[in-house]
Design a protein around this ligand. Sequence first.
Ligand code: CIR
Length: 255
Amino acid sequence: MIAITRHLSPAIARCELTHLERTPIDFDRACDQHAAYRDALRSLGCEVIELPAEPDLPDSVFVEDAAIVLDELAVLMRPGAASRRGEVDSIEPALAPHRTLARIKPPATIDGGDVLIAGRRIFVGMSTRSDPDAVEQLRGIVEPHGYLVETAPVHGCLHLKSAVTTLDDHTLLINRNWTDAACFDGFQLIDVDPAEPHCANVIAVNGTILAPVHGQRTMSVLRERGYEVAPVASDELAKAEGGLTCCSLLLPSST
Ligand code: CIR
């Protein structure tokens, strides 16, 4: 597994914010947490690619939003926030050696954080960042490869993957208050602990679940269900509305 990451922009203080009030981000602490995140990915067998910081793109550490990666191809997104559109050209050269690239075209908008890939089913969150035009374009790109594209509502959080992420091809971790659980028929659903609404954003990598360290109760639930869980601190970038999935693009290296 390759994990593409990007160092924090020194302009992170000017990040986009939707649901949170702006509070000061401790840049050094955020960098330390990002380094620990990269180490966690390495310890789980990932080859971590570290792209240089983009001084003029405040949110560019959140590489997940610029593209999605499938075994067969990668699709460059068109982020909903205008300030983030430059991130796409910036990530393209890092993906090009690994996958054929397709691209969502204007005026459609879609953030990778809204795209949940679960086996051959792809769910797109209808958040403030992603629109039906992009869903249709994505469908046209990926359905020839055998994927089914569906939509799910998003309310109360930024992206679909703030509300639900994959634990494995059959199981999802979900906060039902932020999306509609009925959209995910056919999957086993595990609920985040009600006291930890922000803890549905986890990364399943090589058999282990990377989970936010502040989600102790949710981690206990996952362990009881037989998952190996590794905690990662992410509270500094959480002030920029970033979670764990947003800081990497994972590319299975089997292809
Ligand atoms: C934004 O609002 O776009 C960034 N401040 C946070 C993006 C987080 N990305 C994600 O959840 N996939």
